[in-house]
Design a protein around this ligand. Structure first.
Ligand SMILES: [Zn+2]
Ligand SMILES: [Zn+2]
Length: 943
């Protein structure tokens, strides 16, 4: 069997289809992984990297004393499978294979992915021959050629990729850990630092600083308007920008008609057709169509894997001689661009254009298959058209412009107008994506006199440098040797996702800026592109086998150790600096209550977060927030128009953010229901309360009555009543919130069963607190979507909790409550109906103690306190009663409880009443009474 390993599932399928020719391809799934079989050949797709480099175990704990951030520099790394099912299937196939061909992408990353597959194969099968197929497009020609000319895996190329992987891990992990720990940030709030990422961020930060420190200069510009043969023509003073207003004004005043043509220079200008697309120029062109860098690459990769365009990661801008340009033209003639293709075929330039960079890996990006909009969808079609038209443009003739420069004189002041006219559109015919702006001037002759319609003297200002757009940044990164064609757009996407930069054009966030500036100050080298450039050079040396991977990694380790020398010496300063400066990102605005402090999001240890005032404890205003499990609270740019506070959002990895909005609006609305529960609170008072920054029931309770009376313009008695009502509402609130917490910890949310709906249904059934739950029935809970089994448990737990609460309120200690619960003594009423002797027996608590408890409970419930019987009395009664024939030990307590303490009492008792209180059958009681009588009679006789 011949096994072919492709980089992705989709390419595995296409390769199988191409190689199978007329044979049928069968898709088979195992553990969710597809294989494609035809004849004796089977193809399998990886998911890019199926293993991941990580530190060996023991480095997971960030706060460990042994594995400090610095220790990560020299930590050993291991490869861990990340796609277990693919790895399993690959090794299974490897055991059965007679030949294996690695057909991953043809570049450093692809070679490394191939090498990883090779290692997995070797671990399963030591002997099977493994070869390598290399291609730049998944088209029938390329694929057939590649598979009939297979070579060896390029271990030097893969080693370069491995070196980059190890170095990136080492830099990223150690620096991120160091900076995050220094700034005391953890979880989703870590501060990431990376080898390419940090210098790139530094470029954006530096540009922002340039813009901020830019001092605009004022200048003046002098233009005039004339006309010829009905056409309006603009001419500008040849001085250009006047720095001095007086000089500009003089020139303006001297400008007098007539406007005399002094010189006419006509010429032509060659407009060269554009060079072929490499990754960077492709991303720049796609940006003009509205694609972000990452998005453009994603679409291009899809097109590549489906055979429509060639491999989109390339630095090459020169078509290799082997590329069949005619063949491509023939292929793409079969697209909606037939007319353009035929135009190019008819007007083909001698040699295609070429750019500055020629490399041997991949050809420039070009179309390889025919597609139309229906086949691939709108977005992909836009990118496909761009690639196709660019290819056509590189084969089309240059364009020709006719240029005209006219010089004028007006009262001794010289003006000029320029025109450009596209006389030979050439490549512009097929490539509309680059603007060709024409300014057509009518013919002029020297000495000609013209009118002056208007003279304008404009005051203008010099502009600061522009912020980087994504595509401009990618160009700049390329110039500086930062990252590779494959990683640049990913680095930018990372900076965005880590909230270091935002917007397009890009500008740094406060955190992005603070981290960069802190690094610039203390470990400059990390923020400079130099080290990364050095590494790129070293990678090249590894590829050419002039240096080993180990050697390069060793050098990188040394560089990083040097950086750590600096960093560790300033750890405290770096940490304080970042913490102090980023505190601002949590500020929401002026505290509405004290009007002086700043409201800010606070994160405490654990999962607590809230909004508090900077003047605490002087101002105690605060707004509660859900715990961090629901999302980490951050500030957004939006500001509440009413309260001038920034909006708050809860962000959680892998989940939609939860927008709280204005924290104060949120606070007010979440307290509305509770306030509505206060009977003495009218709408008018509610408005006044809000104006006085009283937002919640708790706020009312806290307010002194005199203050409240004055603030709300109500009587003292009304104020006291209001506070009293609020207190009662607080008790209810507390109970409701307990109930909510209780249900949260006992029920798992399911589809169609949110806590909110459960609570609502229960409330409708009159159950809104633990007591309600304790006394509820399964049927009521079932309506709320709680199953029978769950209900049983919920009720039982609620009973326990309820007992606990009631007993605790009454003053019974926790240890005793537990014992009562274990004995199923769950209702305080039991203390009034069951005699303490029985309670003591059942619970194992001493009788004395039970009496004390019964005292407490009965007086709390306003029941009569049970009569005390001492142990001694019990023993005496027991002895006395047990003498009666038929009375057993188990009956003593019920009898005692019924007040039967001796034989006389037994004789005097009414058998019917006794049955009710002791549950001893009537006839038995009659028997006992008869026996007792005999006994008594006997005693009398004996006397
Ligand atoms: Zn305040
Ligand atoms: Zn608001």
């Amino acid at each position: 069997m011949h096994v072919i390993v492709a980089e992705k599932n989709i390419s595995a399928r296409r390769i199988a289809q191409i190689l199978a020719g007329a044979k049928k391809v069968t898709e088979k799934k195992e553990g969710g992984v597809s294989t494609y079989t035809f004849g004796e050949t089977v193809t399998i797709g990886l998911r890019g990297h199926v293993v991941e480099v990580d530190f060996e175990p023991g480095y997971q704990n960030w706060r460990s004393e042994q594995s400090t951030p610095r220790s990560l520099i020299d930590a050993k790394t291991i490869k861990v499978p990340t796609e277990r099912k693919i790895v399993y299937l690959l090794q299974k196939l490897a055991r059965q294979a007679g030949r294996i061909t690695i057909a991953t992408d043809f570049d450093t990353e692809g070679e490394l992915i191939g090498k990883e597959a090779f290692e997995l194969i070797r671990a399963a099968n030591l002997k099977v021959p493994v070869d390598r197929a290399r291609f730049s497009a998944i088209t029938p020609q390329e694929i057939s050629h590649a598979f009939s000319h297979t070579t060896e895996l390029d271990f030097a190329l893969a080693a370069a990729g491995e070196a980059r992987q190890s170095i990136d891990l080492m830099w990223g992990a150690s620096l991120t850990r160091f900076v995050s720990l220094a700034a005391r940030r953890g979880g989703q709030n870590i501060l990431s630092v990376g080898r390419v990422q940090t210098p790139t961020l530094a470029m954006i930060v530096d540009r922002e600083k340039e813009i901020e420190s830019f001092v605009p200069e004022t200048y003046w510009q002098l233009d005039l308007e004339t006309q010829k043969s009905g056409e309006v023509i603009e001419a500008r003073h040849t001085n250009g920008r006047f720095k001095d207003k007086a000089v500009a004004q003089q020139a303006h005043d001297r400008t007098k008609p007539p406007l005399v043509v002094t010189d006419v220079k006509a010429g032509t200008k060659q407009d060269r057709a554009p060079s072929p697309f490499d990754t960077t120029s492709f991303i720049v062109a796609a940006a003009r169509l509205g694609f972000s860098a990452a998005n453009a690459m994603r679409v291009a990769e899809d097109l590549y894997m489906n055979g429509y365009i060639s491999y989109p990661r390339t630095d090459n801008t020169v078509y290799p001689p082997s590329l069949d340009l005619n063949g491509i033209l023939t292929t793409i003639r079969n697209t909606p661009f037939k007319k353009d293709v035929e135009w190019v075929m008819a007007h083909r330039r001698d040699v295609p254009t070429r750019g500055k960079k020629s490399s041997t890996d991949h050809p420039p990006i070009h179309p390889t298959g025919a597609a139309n909009r229906d086949m691939i969808g709108d977005d992909a079609f836009k990118i496909y058209e761009l690639v196709l038209r660019r290819f056509l443009a590189t084969l089309a003739p240059d364009a020709q412009w006719k240029t005209l420069k006219v010089l004028f004189d007006a009262g001794g002041e010289e003006y000029t107008a320029t025109g450009g006219e596209l006389i030979e559109p050439g490549w512009h015919t097929v490539y509309p994506f680059s603007e060709a702006k024409e300014t057509v001037l009518p013919p002029f002759a020297a000495g000609e006199k013209l009118p002056i319609n208007k003279i304008t003297l404009d005051e203008k200002q010099t502009q600061p440098p522009a912020r980087y757009t994504q595509s401009r940044l990618i160009q700049r990164m390329e110039e500086l040797g930062l990252g590779t064609k494959s990683t640049r757009h990913e680095v930018i996407a990372k900076l965005v996702s880590r909230k270091y930069v935002e917007g397009n054009p890009l500008h740094p966030t406060l955190v992005g800026r603070v981290v960069t500036e802190s690094m610039e100050q203390h470990a400059d080298a990390i923020t400079k592109p130099d080290m990364t450039q050095t590494l790129e050079a070293h990678m090249q040396q590894i590829k050419e086998s002039t240096r080993t991977r180990e050697d390069v990694i060793k050098e990188s380790r040394e560089m990083l150790h040097a950086a750590f020398d600096q960093l560790e010496a300033h750890e405290q300063v770096i940490g304080d600096d970042i913490r102090n400066r980023t505190a601002e990102e949590m500020n929401l605005g002026i505290c509405p209550v004290c009007g002086d402090g700043t409201l800010a999001i606070k994160h405490l240890r654990g999962s607590t977060q809230f909004i508090g005032c900077s003047r605490y404890p002087g101002c105690t205003f605060n707004i509660g927030l859900p715990v961090t499990q629901w999302g980490w609270a951050v500030r957004t740019d939006e500001v509440c128009k009413k309260h001038q506070l920034n909006f708050v959002r809860l962000v959680r990895k892998g989940a939609r953010p939860w927008d709280i909005g204005c924290p104060l609006c949120h606070h007010i609305s979440s307290n509305r229901e509770s306030l509505a529960g206060i009977p003495s609170l009218t709408t008018a008072i509610l408005e006044k309360l809000e104006a006085r920054h009283i937002y919640s029931t708790a706020d009312i309770v806290k307010s002194p009555p005199e203050w409240l009376a004055t603030a709300l313009d109500i009587s003292h008695a009304q104020a006291i009543a209001l506070i009293h009502d609020a207190e009662a509402e607080m008790v209810l609130l507390k109970k409701r919130s307990e109930c909510r917490k209780f249900l949260r910890s006992h029920l798992i949310p399911r589809k169609g069963r949110s806590y909110a709906t459960i609570l609502k249904t229960l409330k409708e059934a009159g159950i809104s607190d633990i007591a309600g739950l304790a006394h509820s029935h399964g049927a009521e809970l079932k309506k709320a979507g709680i199953s029978e089994q769950e209900a049983e448990k919920v009720i039982e737990e609620a009973q326990l909790l309820h007992t606990l609460q009631v007993f605790r309120e009454i003053g019974i200690p926790g240890a005793s409550i537990k014992k009562y619960h274990a004995a199923r003594i769950l209702d305080p009423e039991d203390f009034c109906t069951i005699h303490p002797i029985i309670l003591a027996e059942r619970s194992g608590i001493s009788l004395e103690t039970v009496y004390r408890h019964a005292d407490l409970v009965c007086s709390a419930l306003k029941c009569p306190v049970p009569k005390k019987i001492t142990k001694l009395q019990i023993e005496k009664s027991r002895k006395d009663l047990m003498a009666v024939r038929g009375i057993t030990d188990a009956m003593i307590l019920p009898l005692l409880q019924a007040g039967i303490t001796d034989v006389s009492a037994l004789l005097a008792a009414d058998a019917k009443n006794l049955l009710e209180s002791t549950r001893i059958p009537r006839e038995k009681i009659s028997e006992f009474q008869a026996a007792a009588k005999r006994m008594k009679d006997r005693a009398i006789i004996q006397i």
